[in-house]
Each structure stands twice: as structure tokens, then as C-alpha cells.
Design a protein around this ligand. Structure first.
Ligand code: CDT
Length: 326
């Protein structure tokens, strides 16, 4: 029984503020058609793939931004992606802004906004949904920034945890353990480990990462931006013995540069495919899921080697504290 799947990292070039969802979806459909020709069984699109990265724009009232959000999935505009999935027998991952009316922790039913990703199977059925947990940036307009990063203003912290689904995909009829992260999540080992503890074999994540860190104040050289992104994904894959597909939006969007460099990473932490443009670009790889076995039966055999009794701070503490002076 084969345990191989051909995945596609479908990087998107810039989507401008003036571009409609129809334009974005047509570009994604072209990448799916190319993927079909190249034998792709599962295609991964970026975070907030249907629109520009709108958290760079400020609105006094959050509701003014609601036109960037999806209230249904599929919607009229996104239905062609689901049809293409069925036509090509191809799963897909999609990031989008989700506006829903549901109860919060207090039981109050109200509009709620999340930075969301879904995994759709080749029947066009949503089999996994994840809402971004680690929201970077700030909630108020920052006059010191040339470009705003207002994810904390427009989105709530995700409330679905880090779920993993086991489902047939491509040639793997017996099922693949698949999990999702979104952008900034990739920098947090805790997020990867929660997926690892569910025996994840394939992690998909989309990102929109500016080439310049405006908070760096000179401490983060330009080239380190891509290095840190790759370092995080490669470490996450290695330490949890999983494949990873990390897919960017790239190029100059609304005058702000996003760094691209989408990658596919094997369970040894090696980059096996990488985008080399700032355009719409599909990079593919035939992933052998049996490669996950080595890590999880040896150095990262969690059952044999983890010591959770010593990890208490990870869940009981948020900020770092100073050690006692000796
Ligand atoms: N989209 C996203 O999460 N981007 C962040 C950059 C934040 S810079 C304020 C990232 O971690 O890539």
C-alpha cells in the first residue's frame, strides 16, 4: 500500500487592494490546472489567499473591514475551487478571513472574526478547519510604522486548538495525519508539538511575511527574515518527524514587500523544494510518508523520551521571568 503523496506549494504573487476575489480565484484555478498536469494530489495556497493582506490597512470601525471576510465557505466566488478539486481529484488548503456569528466563551452570540484555514478533500468536502492562534502585530494604529500590521485588531484568537485529521488523500487510501498552522504560528515550537503529539505526518501552513521587520530597530538584518522563516519550519518538521508545506504570498502588495520563499520540508528538516520567484508559482514534491517513521521511532519517540513533568512552565506561564540572583 503506497504512502506517497505529490504535494504542491502554490505560492501566490501579490494581490493588490483593488483586485477582486474573482481575479485571485482565477489565478488559483490556473495553479490547480498546472498541478493536475504535474500529478499534484494536494495543493496548498497561502494565508488570506483571496485578498490582499488587509491587516496592513487601518479602519476606525472594525465593521468597515467586513468586506474582506468570507461569511460562507464555499461562497459564490470560491465555489470554482471546490469544483476544480472534484474535477481533478485534488485536495486543497486555503487560508481566508472568516466572519461568523457564533457564541463566545460567555455564551453571547455575536459576530466573530478569525484568520482561518481549511483543508478540502478531493470530494470537495471540508475535512479540517483551523483558526490562527498566534496573532502578531498590534490592535491600535501605530504612527511609527510605515505599514501597519493590525491582526490583533481585526481577528480574535482562534478557538479550535490545533486539530489533526486522519483522512485519505491522493493515493494514500489508508489516510494521512494532517494538521494546519497559519503564518506566525510556525515560529512557536509549542504549536508544532501539539500537532506532533497527534502523530501529524503533513503540516500545511500559509504565510504573508513582510521583508522588513519594522519592529527590528536595526537588530534583524534583511537576509535573516527568510532564514528565520525557514529555520522555524525546518525545526518544526525535524522535531516532530513530519512533512511540511509552507506557502507564501510574495512580491510587492499595496507597496509593501512580502518575501515569498515557499518551501516543502521533509521529516529530517531538509528543504526539498523551494519557490524562486515573487510570482504565482507551483513547486511540487512526491512525499514519502514512511520517512516520518525514523524520527518518531528513534530520537523523537515521544512515548519513550518526553518528560512532561518538567514542562509545567510551558502551560502555566505566558511571559518569561528572571531567574533568582545567586
Ligand atoms: N501574517 C503573519 O503572521 N506575519 C508575521 C509577521 C508579523 S510582523 C508584525 C510572521 O510571523 O510572519
Amino acid at each position: 500500500m503506497t504512502r506517497r503523496i505529490t504535494v504542491g506549494a502554490a505560492q501566490l504573487g501579490a494581490i493588490q487592494k483593488s483586485d477582486s476575489r474573482k481575479v485571485a480565484v482565477e489565478r488559483m484555478l490556473a495553479l490547480m490546472a498546472e498541478g493536475h498536469r504535474r500529478g499534484v494530489e494536494l495543493i496548498v495556497f497561502p494565508e488570506l489567499a483571496l485578498t490582499t493582506f488587509f491587516p496592513r490597512h487601518y479602519a476606525e470601525r472594525i465593521e468597515e473591514m467586513d468586506h474582506w471576510f468570507e461569511t460562507a465557505m464555499p461562497s459564490n466566488e470560491t465555489a470554482p475551487l471546490f469544483e476544480a478539486a472534484r474535477r481533478y481529484r485534488m485536495g486543497f488548503h486555503l487560508g481566508y478571513a472568516e466572519l461568523t456569528t457564533e457564541a463566545d466563551e460567555t455564551g453571547t452570540v455575536r459576530p466573530r472574526r478569525f484568520n482561518t484555514a481549511i483543508l478540502v478533500n478531493p470530494d470537495g468536502r471540508i475535512i479540517l478547519k483551523y483558526r490562527k492562534v498566534h496573532l502578531p502585530g498590534h490592535a491600535e494604529f501605530d504612527p511609527n510604522r510605515r505599514v501597519q500590521h493590525l491582526e490583533k485588531r481585526y481577528f480574535e484568537v482562534g478557538n479550535l486548538g490545533f486539530p489533526v485529521v486522519r483522512s485519505p488523500m491522493g493515493r494514500v487510501e489508508g489516510g494521512i495525519n494532517m494538521g494546519l498552522l497559519i503564518c506566525n504560528d510556525r515560529r512557536w515550537p509549542e504549536a508544532w508539538r501539539v500537532l506532533g503529539l497527534q502523530s501529524v505526518e503533513l503540516v500545511m501552513l500559509g504565510y504573508n511575511t513582510p521583508s522588513i521587520n519594522q519592529d527590528a530597530k536595526g537588530w534583524e538584518a534583511h537576509h535573516l527574515r527568510v532564514f528565520h522563516s525557514h529555520l522555524s519550519v525546518q525545526a518544526g518538521c525535524y522535531q516532530n518527524a513530519t512533512w511540511g508545506v509552507a506557502v507564501a504570498k510574495a512580491g510587492v502588495e499595496d507597496g509593501a514587500e512580502l518575501f515569498g520563499h515557499s518551501i516543502i520540508v521533509n521529516p529530517q528538516g531538509e528543504i526539498v523544494a523551494m519557490a524562486d520567484s515573487w510570482e504565482d508559482q507551483l513547486v511540487t514534491y512526491d512525499c514519502d510518508l514512511e520517512m516520518c517513521r525514523l524520527g518518531r521511532t528513534t530520537i523523537f519517540n515521544f512515548a519513550a523520551h518526553r518528560r512532561p513533568e518538567h514542562y509545567q512552565r510551558i502551560v502555566s506561564q505566558v511571559g518569561a521571568v528572571e531567574p533568582p540572583m545567586v
